[in-house]
Design a protein around this ligand. Structure first.
Ligand code: FES
Length: 327
């Protein structure tokens, strides 16, 4: 199957995978033979690699970011605001963007909930300094440490853009069904205004408020102007599945347990494929799904997100994107 690397053509390309012959989007780097059609007009990882004297681009740097604000929502979730350079905050204002936060020597992927960069005002040094916000659910050692109010600086890496599959196919002029559970709502909220455009009514949003609070909803959801309803996926998944037929664009943000039920329903044959990349490729509609399950390094190194597809290709879901990035 054909796959597109989320970093192809970006300043991260060519990455360290090229030196091991593991760049699955460039067959020249992998096998020595070009597999691109003569019509291809995009960037060429092999040319970039050659022009860079046969070296990959440096690994993304860890950057210290000051925690300038924290809000705890009834112990279920903590929103952390990190002061970052304006360029970084601007790059985070993309659908599916996430950062890696280093804690206890491990990296934790966190979706960007909100980013503010207000370039115009900053030119005159007024207004808030650029920042991003992430939502942390303190459920394990790493997340409890991150949500600790005594953490004054984080080391972060990013942004990365593979937080959602099929995001690049979204057509903002068409209606969209959005179903989200808990903090998986974050990527939608980050760019909700862009998706809603001048007509927020075209988005039909259903929220499962498990592990988020009404205060969080009034702080982040009520402001975007999109109508929304509540749904309890663990009790009423049938209602969610029934709504899928009514839309050509669906954003479903929940754990793999629920996502797999959606994929099964839309594929119609009850079979599951091994990855979300293959699954969304085989569905006739634009189905945007969360890509966070098994994400660990985000760089294509650790292999925790990888699987072998039916053609024997190793697919790393932190790198492979269906439909590109939503611009
Ligand atoms: S998350 Fe490590 S290889 Fe994808």
């Amino acid at each position: 199957m054909e796959y597109r690397c989320v970093d192809r053509g970006s300043k991260k390309c060519p990455c360290h995978l090229t030196t091991s012959g593991l760049c699955y989007t460039c067959s020249t780097l992998r096998t020595g033979e070009c597999g691109c059609s003569t019509q291809w007009t995009g960037s060429c990882p092999y040319s970039e690699f050659s022009m860079n004297a046969g070296r990959p681009q440096p690994m993304p740097m860890l950057m210290p970011a000051e925690v300038v604000y924290q809000k705890n929502y009834s112990g279920k979730l903590t929103v952390v605001r990190l002061e970052v350079p304006a360029g970084f905050a601007q790059q985070c204002h993309r659908l599916g963007s996430y950062i890696m936060a280093q804690v206890m020597g491990y990296m934790v992927p966190l979706s960007v909930l909100h980013s503010s960069y207000a370039v115009e005002k900053r030119r005159f040094l007024i207004g808030p300094r650029p920042y991003i916000e992430v939502a942390v659910q303190p459920i394990g050692l790493k997340t409890m440490q991150l949500a600790n109010p005594l953490s004054k600086f984080w080391n972060i890496q990013g942004p990365f853009y593979s937080g959602l599959q099929t995001a690049g196919r979204i057509d903002t002029s068409k209606p969209m069904l959005v179903i989200a559970k808990g903090t998986a709502l974050a990527p939608f909220l980050n760019v909700a205004r862009v998706l809603a455009g001048e007509n927020p009514e075209k988005i039909n949003l259903f929220i499962d408020d498990d592990k988020i609070t009404s205060e969080f909803i009034s702080d982040y959801v009520s402001k975007i102007g999109t109508r929304f309803n509540y749904i309890n996926l663990s009790e009423d998944m049938e209602t969610a599945l029934a709504m899928l037929d009514m839309y050509d664009q669906i954003m479903f943000l929940a754990s793999p347990y629920y996502t797999n039920q959606v994929i099964r329903k839309l594929r119609g044959n009850g079979k599951l494929v091994r990855s979300r990349v293959e699954a969304v490729q085989a569905i006739g509609k634009c189905l945007v799904v969360a890509n966070h399950a098994n994400m660990c390094c985000g760089l294509g190194i650790c292999g925790s997100c990888s699987h072998t597809d039916k053609d024997g290709t190793t697919v790393k879901e932190c790198k492979c994107m269906e439909g590109g990035i939503f611009q």
